[in-house]
Design a protein around this ligand. Structure first.
Ligand code: SF4
Ligand code: SF4
Length: 112
């Protein structure tokens, strides 16, 4: 089991989650983060830290798509271990639906 980041993170990227992860298993894309499922120790401390409620345990139904996406992109994107400023318009995108279809970018972020 692992936790995964869903598309609620896209264009919000508050990064509160990376500060609390004891094993630094978040990876940064252009406009969202993902978790490396093989590094995540399933502690759950990141879940309540996310203002966008984007982090969900993969025991919940229907998360195969996000598990696949987290697995794929955590192998390609750089590691992010310290909080950085959220995009200036992050709050505007917090409750937008279907953000994957509308805004997903496969490009890597900067990491740290
Ligand atoms: S706290 Fe939530 S919205 Fe922010 S980067 Fe982490 S998963 Fe994405
Ligand atoms: S559940 Fe724990 S180990 Fe997994 S990503 Fe969240 S904080 Fe990191």
């Amino acid at each position: 089991m692992t936790y995964v980041v869903t598309d609620a993170c896209i264009k919000c990227k508050y990064t509160d989650c990376v500060e609390v992860c004891p094993v630094d298993c978040f990876y940064e894309g252009d406009n969202m983060l993902v978790i490396n499922p093989s590094e995540c120790i399933d502690c759950g401390v990141c879940e309540p830290e996310c203002p966008a409620e984007a982090i969900i345990p993969d025991t919940e139904p229907g998360l195969e798509k996000w598990l696949e996406l987290n697995t794929k992109y955590s192998a390609e994107w750089p590691n992010l271990t310290t909080k950085k400023d959220a995009p200036a318009d992050a709050d505007e995108f917090k409750d937008v639906e279907d953000k994957f279809e509308k805004f997903f970018s496969p490009e890597p972020g900067e990491g740290d």
